[in-house]
Design a protein around this ligand. Sequence first.
Ligand code: SF4
Length: 725
Amino acid sequence: MQQHSQNDDFSQRPYEPITREGESLVATHCAFCGMQCGMNIRVDNDTMAVLGVEPRYDFPMNGGRLCPKGVSAYRQAEHTERLLKPLIRKNGVLTESSWDEAYDLIVSKIKELQSKHGKDTIGLYSGSSMTNEKCYIMGKFARIGLGTKHIDYNGRYCMSAAATGFNQTVGIDRGSTGPWSDIKFADVLLIAGSNTAECHPLSMPYVWGARDRGAKLIVADPRQTKTALVADIHLDLRPGTDIALTNGILHVLINEGLIDRAFIDEHTAGFEALEEMTRKYDPATASGITGVASEKIVEAARLFGRAKNGFVLFARGIEQHSTGSDTVSNYVNLCLTTGKVGRKGAGFATFTGQGNGQGGREHGQKADQLPGYRKIYDPAARAHIASVWGVDESEIPGPGISAYEILQSLGEEIKMMILVCSNPMVSAPSVGDVGEYLKKLDFFVCIDMFLSESAELADVVLPSTVWVEDNGTTTNVEGRVIHIKGIDRTPGESKRDWKIVCEIAERLGRGQYFQFDSPEEIFNELRTASKGGIADYSGITYDKIDRMNGVFWPCPSEEHEGTPRLFEDLKFNFPDGRARLLTFEHTGPNEKVDAEYPIILTTGRVVFHYLSGNQTRRIEALRKLCPDPYLELHPNLAARHGIGNGEMVKVSSRRGSIFVPAKVTKAIREDSLFVPYHWGKQLAINHLTNPALDPKSKIPEFKVCAVKIEKAKKGELPNGQSAVH
Ligand code: SF4
């Protein structure tokens, strides 16, 4: 196996970090996206107060650079709005209380509700911004502590389509086929549905690295994003038409003999059906569906097909659709039909949004999953995990339901929910409905560091720690397991999430399965649990991560160096070793535009905020840079509705309305609108989005819904919003 060379990265600058008397530097990683950039945190030795951030050049991924979120992340540690004591709702008001009182109440409710309605009446809705150790313990706590089958996590809203797409096509869900340094050696890059420059800014040096070597850049995006602006070809497709676009590109590749026939014959299955199906997606037909000029489809196919090496990168723009999994597979088909995989400069990847979006989807907090990417309905997997946990296999429940389906079941099968590190009142689709679902609960517990829009509705809120107070591991966008070193403090009466659930398990009489004194002890159990699974961490130790600056999974033994690049032997993870070339027809979004709702709404992120904004909206520097959401619309569309730049617009779908200021720009298609989603309550664009789920991955269709717009009328704006921005 060819080992990953550190020299391919950006880390080799000599640097003497600045330390001052009475201060220490803690070498850790940013928590605000899957890049997991390295950083140093300055800490006061006496008070353990977090003072600031310093560059950290020894981590190869970012080589000392940080984006605005990374530079500001440390400011949440000393934030005045942090939760420092448990809160219990008394006479309708969340009131400070003791841990004993909170635990007694929670445990009595669990026992009462489970004795009345059965074990599955409790739902655990978890998050993927936590360490691997915490994600692992949440899966174990649900199944063995609570005995419920109902656990799922917020990664269902971001990474699940990529996971299903990879699994059905190459048999393994590691978000990138190679280390990020591979990107620099591509001759062509196709970035689809990702505004990389804003959402994963520290990936851009890799794109520039490839450009410096002469690589061409193709960007597929409905918006002329900052990434699309620097592309050689911008495929400005209508939202929800990626399958037609990729079928059009495949048509040209096959028709013009730009495929790698030897690779297809030796390493794939299903080409004949793909060839047959894509015949009908000639450039003119694909152009008619996507709105992209047919010449651009042909040009993009030729650039991609003729290049020796190429990398396809994508993100939520192609994934958050009711056909998200299949769209991922069809982009991977571009690499498989042209033999672009398994070597430096050739492969595919999805940009992980959440900090631990990769590791968080591997070790058992998905509804149908056990640690090591095992299936919960596989008898051998159940037997293995039962032996690691020291329980009878029959004690492990069967598969549960996905995150949005959990919300829809509240008050019905699920009467009590424990919400950890997640904020569905901002991040779930159709949040107006989510508020109604939450009201139906008999009891609602929330574990968080700040009083999020969801925590405000809870019966009990338990204060957890921020990321710089954690020790543990995460797995970054490349599949590299890294060590998050934390500061040894828990402000006020806050506790670490893993400690909280272990203490609840103790009070439920299940403490014998949760005897952990440190994250490293949990990690060592995770290693054993993952052994022999697809995501095998058994050969990874904290010490090895520190020595190697991260270890890529799979790593099946302590002697093994890890696996920076997948498929170097061109064997895919199916019994016959062949990748599956699956075929997909264009069906379009679940909700089509019509006379009443004639415009397509798409949503996304901005560089200054992270996910639901529960953390970044509280950081003044970031809030000042981007205080509110806005509506991007084309000048012609704005003119037709008499809307001027900065004027307030009412945007409505079949599910709700919000008021946002107009940002009139030619950088968006005339038939589409864009609003970022990081805000809650009356500013939550997810009031409008469609909760239709991809039947395979259960990801909601955030990226397309049908809306109408009108200039806001005098007097109709909600409190606190003004007519002109
Ligand atoms: Fe790096 Fe992402 Fe943090 Fe920005 S938000 S510093 S790109 S990890």
